[in-house]
Design a binder for this molecule. Sequence first.
Ligand code: NAP
Length: 313
Amino acid sequence: MTDRPIIPFVSNISAASRNAWSVQLQAALPEFRIVPFDPNVDFANAEFALVANPDPDHLSQLPNLKWVQSLWAGVEKLVHSLPDDVAIVRMADPQLAKTMAEAVLTMTLYLHRDLPKYVSQHASGIWEQHDVVLPEDRKVGVLGLGALGRSACAALSQHGFDVLGWSRSHKSIPNVRCFSGEDGLTDLLHVSDIVVVLLPLTTTTRGLLDHTRLSRMKSGASVVNFARAQIIETDALLNMLAARHLNHAVLDVFAVEPLPQTDRLWRTDNLTILPHVSAPTNMKTASEVAAKNIATYFRTGQVPDCVDRQRGY
Ligand code: NAP
């Protein structure tokens, strides 16, 4: 058992998380030895590494590295910190897509059934009923039609919502009106009652929902950001919320996490803050996905589908 090949696990996470991940990864990869990065261990033969928010300096100490398996789905930091000749394999876990779809449906229903209004009425002891809108009369626009966006669209259309989707390349998806390009984004924003952001953070999507594009949103619409904070310009969003051009925002992701107590977002009334919980990686299923990728590489020598460094996702 001692000559099992070593897989470095390079992470910058809490010791408790690292230990828990190590247990799951080791269970999924019994033919290997998962070894947390340590400058005193010889990783000279390692062609790949498991990574979770790794310190790039540590990765640079793996001289033979060809690819990394990220345990997270978002890889924007890796894209900017790893040399171009090291391939980045994202976590593409069907369980993650299911969990995200559940979160999107949950928060869409929260907005659809006016829960923010009722919670605030409760706080002031106000008994006031609002009209119930049918799901088919509610347009939900999903920005990003990748693994997570598609899964969210399926859950939304299954519930009866009128679903629209936007992506870089044009798509054809059952029960989803698909848009692409700048004009497509304008059209989607113009008609959607609820816009859900599920885009990767890249040089193109950073600041995408700025003042101009947010002002193109239908008056009284709401926005949900389950992707990355920097895709929406915070000042522009807060202006739109204060002016009531936007009814409500649900934010799960922030430029600084945990969101500092002093941040003005906490004091914005038509905003719901979630502590980055929409779709946490499930250690067991994600470890199994990583194990499958590594087994395939061992069998075929082929690096699994990886991030396109030009596109940034
Ligand atoms: P993905 O499979 O790579 O899909 C990305 C989608 O975005 C694709 O449809 C892509 O278009 C589209 N896209 C990218 N750049 C675009 C642009 N400039 N204009 C229009 N569309 C663009 O990614 P995913 O797995 O669905 O994940 C999306 C993001 O969710 C991740 O990057 C991560 O940041 C975030 N995430 C958040 C959490 C959380 O807990 N909050 C959890 C997991 C992931 P094409 O289809 O044309 O390529």
